[in-house]
Ligand binder design. Structure first.
Ligand SMILES: *[C@@H]1O[C@H](CO)[C@@H](O)[C@H](O)[C@H]1NC(C)=O
Ligand SMILES: *[C@@H]1O[C@H](CO)[C@@H](O)[C@H](O)[C@H]1NC(C)=O
Ligand SMILES: *[C@@H]1O[C@H](CO)[C@@H](O)[C@H](O)[C@H]1NC(C)=O
Ligand SMILES: *[C@@H]1O[C@H](CO)[C@@H](O)[C@H](O)[C@H]1NC(C)=O
Length: 187
């Protein structure tokens, strides 16, 4: 489950043809944020096509690091897909954004690749998310490093950003966990 939380934080991995066979797949349903959320503006990100690929641009509104911003993540499940989300007893407690990135960031290097899926580069020494507008393209959820067993249904991760201990924005990533379609080779 921890690995799942991690992915959640770092959000996304491009789908690899070589991924290990899992019994399920995860597809983006929505990515939303609260109004005037800081420090990230995602209003120019879209989910496109049947595969619901995350694409577009996002803006980091000011330089972000451990000194000014913290993040916590709550996870909700909705197996019945009826909109009745239940908080599950797993959360990532509030920590500096760069602390979270340093703890779990190794997932990122195979996920959202600099130069391929984004032009955001994070220097892990200074651990700064520089103010600016960046692209995301061809990003899908890859469950390769997720738990072998996952509850089917809707899953929602709610990230809350804190600036100097004051909540300043939430970012929701909702995904659908589904039985994996058997592939044509019957493997
Ligand atoms: C998108 O990613 C997939 C899997 O990583 C890859 O096969 C495909 O060529 C990529 N498409 C584009 C337009 O980059
Ligand atoms: C995020 O999800 C929570 C829990 O389901 C919900 O209460 C909140 O309204 C959502 N916020 C946004 C911006 O979608
Ligand atoms: C994907 O995002 C890029 C970068 O913002 C943009 O140039 C491109 O038009 C988008 N593609 C689609 C299909 O929306
Ligand atoms: C990364 O940040 C450190 C400390 O601020 C700096 O010395 C180094 O030159 C930076 N590296 C790159 C590749 O920007």
């Amino acid at each position: 489950m921890l690995k799942y939380i991690v992915i959640v934080l770092l959000t996304v991995i491009p789908k690899s043809l070589l991924q290990v066979t899992m019994s399920y797949e995860a597809i983006f349903v929505s990515v939303t944020s609260s109004e005037n959320a800081q420090p990230i503006d995602i209003s120019n990100l879209r989910l496109i096509g049947r595969q619901r690929i995350l694409n577009g641009t996002f803006e980091i509104l000011e330089d972000v690091d451990d000194t000014n911003y913290q993040l916590s993540v709550d996870i909700y499940s909705n197996a019945a897909r009826d909109g009745n989300y239940k908080l599950i007893p797993l959360r990532v407690s509030r920590q500096g954004i760069c602390t979270i990135f340093k703890k779990y960031g190794f997932y990122l290097k195979d996920c959202i690749k600099n130069g391929i899926n984004t032009d955001l580069h994070i220097n892990t020494t200074s651990c700064l998310f520089p103010k600016g507008r960046y692209y995301l393209k061809n990003v899908t959820l890859n469950v390769q490093n997720w738990p072998k067993i996952m509850q089917r249904g809707l899953c929602r991760h709610v990230g809350t950003f804190y600036k100097y201990d004051v909540p300043v924005g939430t970012l929701n990533v909702t995904s659908s966990i589904e039985d994996r379609a058997p592939n044509v080779f019957g493997m």
